[in-house]
Design a protein around this ligand. Structure first.
Ligand code: PG9
Length: 622
């Protein structure tokens, strides 16, 4: 039987294919449709930036230029090869555009010295440069020297390239017509390396990528990751102890590690590197894109969009989908994050029906053509469907306060504050047994999948406080920011405060299709949003203060926006804890000026207290 089967199969294949019944789709090869050219473009100070240009072979038409400026290499991976896909998506690639990739100053094949999130210089003089002038000089060269361009330039980029894309809004070059910052870093004190002053310890391998300077242009990496010979990130960092013990993995020449250590507060070093503050009088059309479960850059997209909305009158659109970092740019038939499944072809539909429309309209279309896209295109991560709004956050969203009550209750306000003010819960926060940030902690470049993880493991720990509503009798939709106004105390003089918003599924919840058989959604505690604040920054990110032991103190923590319907039969749960390891570094819980220099003996077990007149203020769509 086996012999017969093997013999039979090849014949069938030849027969079928010779009749063309099983024609394999012709693989789209970039090199069949595009020519590739690598040039160096001189900036105003003479520094030459390496730029790779892909132009359509069909020279009978003119095309817009779609550019991305990147610290992650403009070259495809390996000399002479072509990228498998050009531009933001394959629809734009197959339609025909001129695609440009540029190594930013100081990275890979470009000359110059790199500077993380180089500060914008509003009034540059003479040969003074920043990423806005580098963008201007590059665009000026491209529109003058690249054949068959139609004089219109679009920029796009995800994550760090998203930062350079945002920056291009400040270039003020007349040819720049459409800009799509995606998962853009807004500010390194609130994105990526820090969240409200807590250091994102799990990012420490990324510090290698951006911490070393190269001497000459290079197409091979000049940095390397410290080798730790373990995949258990929790145990490794617990055993490593205070941050200062990590010096042995980074040399003195890791510039960024030194900068992280020397600037533990939101000082001028970080402030001048934030890009959001400069986003005024923006002229190009903007489409900001992000993932509602983006573990790296969530502050950026929301604050870039909202600042442009506030400061300008340009076309400004926000797209936030059920994505983790950069998911929307990948071909993913089944969109799931961790254990939670959101639907099929979500990224593909966005690429085809939103992103391609946006660029075609502003780069190829006629200005007076109607662009059938909403101002805010937001995925409801509870209902698992897209919603459109005239603006974000929705004007009809109302603030609604909930209070913490006895017996783990989360009580909808308004309530008589005295009725809750006397109540409180306490827990022991022990730096030797910190709360894990997930049940699945590996040594990663950056953690990307924990944001929908099941939080039952945490809810059942004595050092995690839990407050939840009764079973909801009707759907309850959050649309906008969540503000936790905590009333707390500690026996120590320092503490971190983490708040998580959790959707508790009913005991009889249906499993998602293709859910792994070891997992059931019954009583699943889906994390919807989470955030930390290092308590020393409760009144100012620039001027930290200790806590006074045992003194009731207000700590306000703004969590990034959510768009989630808690369905009837579910419960809305809040969790409060004081460690989140090793996503963030350990707080010694005794006040020291700089935690990067803390000693072993500074790390002390403390008792923390959360009072019931703490408020969780949601933005609710009635
Ligand atoms: N924003 C992401 C990142 C920046 C810096 C270090 C590590 C990650 C990114 O560009 O992917």
């Amino acid at each position: 039987m086996k012999f017969f089967k093997i013999y039979f199969l090849p014949v069938l294949f030849v027969l079928v294919s010779s009749h063309g019944l099983a024609q394999t789709a012709t693989q789209y090869e970039v090199k069949d449709h595009y020519t590739k050219k690598e040039v160096v473009i001189p900036m105003r100070d003479g520094t030459k930036l390496h730029t790779t240009i892909f132009s359509p072979k069909d020279t009978s038409k003119e095309y817009p230029i779609l550019m991305t400026r990147t610290p992650y290499s403009s070259r495809p991976y390996g000399k002479g090869q072509f990228r498998s896909q050009l531009g933001p998506n394959e629809y734009l690639m197959k339609q025909g555009n001129i695609f440009v990739y540029q190594d930013v100053r100081g990275r890979w094949m470009s000359e110059g010295v790199y500077d993380n999130m180089r500060a914008f210089i509003p009034k540059k003089k003479g040969k003074q440069f920043d990423e806005a002038s580098d963008t201007y000089d590059t665009v000026e060269w491209l529109v003058k020297n690249v054949k068959n361009n139609n004089g219109r330039v679009g920029l796009w980029g995800i994550s760090y390239p998203g930062f350079y894309t945002t920056y291009s809004l400040l270039a003020n070059h007349p040819a720049i017509k459409a800009v799509s910052p995606q998962a853009s870093i807004g500010d390194f004190f609130f994105d990526d390396f820090h969240h409200n002053g807590a250091y994102m310890l799990s990012y420490w391998r990324a510090t290698a990528v951006f911490g070393y300077e190269k001497s000459t242009p290079s197409d091979t990496a000049w940095y390397s990751f410290p080798e730790l010979n373990t995949k258990d990130q929790y145990q490794f960092f617990l055993d490593a102890g205070p941050l200062k013990n990590l010096d042995k993995y980074y040399g003195e020449d890791n510039v960024f590690w030194q900068q992280l250590k020397e600037h533990p507060n939101y000082d001028e070093f970080w402030q001048k590197r934030g890009i959001v503050q400069h986003l005024k009088d923006i002229k190009p059309a903007v489409m900001v894109v992000g993932g509602l479960f983006d573990a790296e850059d969530l502050y950026g997209p929301f604050n870039i969009y909202e600042t442009i909305e506030k400061n300008g009158d340009t076309y400004n659109m926000l797209v936030m989908g059920p994505w983790s970092h950069g998911d929307w740019a990948r071909k993913k038939d089944r969109q799931a994050i961790g254990n939670v499944y959101f639907g099929d072809n979500i990224s593909e539909n966005y690429q085809k029906e939103v992103e391609t429309l946006f660029f075609n309209h502003f780069l190829k279309g006629e200005a007076d053509e109607h662009l059938a896209l909403p101002e805010a295109y937001m995925f409801d991560t509870g209902l698992m469907e897209w919603k459109t709004y005239e603006a974000w956050p929705p004007k009809m969203a109302k603030k609604k306060a909930f209070y913490l009550g006895d017996d783990q209750q989360l009580i909808a306000g308004p309530v008589a504050v005295p009725a809750v003010a006397s109540g409180a819960e306490t827990f022991i926060s022990d730096p030797n047994k910190p709360v894990p940030y997930s049940e699945d902690i590996k040594m990663v470049f950056t953690p990307r999948k924990y944001m929908t993880d099941d939080q039952r493991f945490a809810a059942r720990r004595p050092d995690v406080l839990v407050y939840e509503t009764e079973v909801l009798e009707e759907d309850f939709t959050l649309a906008g920011e969540v503000l936790a106004k905590l009333q707390v105390a500690t026996t120590g003089t320092a503490a971190d405060w983490i708040v998580k918003v959790v959707d508790v599924f009913p005991p009889d919840a249906e499993d998602f299709e293709e859910t792994q058989d070891y997992l059931s959604m019954s009583n699943y505690h889906m994390m919807v949003r989470s955030e930390v604040i290092r308590g020393r920054f409760r009144n100012s990110f620039s001027n930290p203060e200790p806590f006074e032991p045992n003194k009731k103190t207000q700590v306000n923590l703004q969590l990034q926006d959510v768009h989630h319907t808690f369905k009837k039969g579910h419960k809305l749960q809040i969790q409060v804890q004081s460690s989140w390891f090793p996503l963030i570094d350990l707080n010694p819980q005794t006040y020291v000026d700089n935690i990067f220099e803390a000693e072993e003996e500074d790390f002390q077990k403390q008792e923390h207290k959360v009072f019931h007149d703490s408020q969780i203020i949601f933005s609710v769509l009635e």
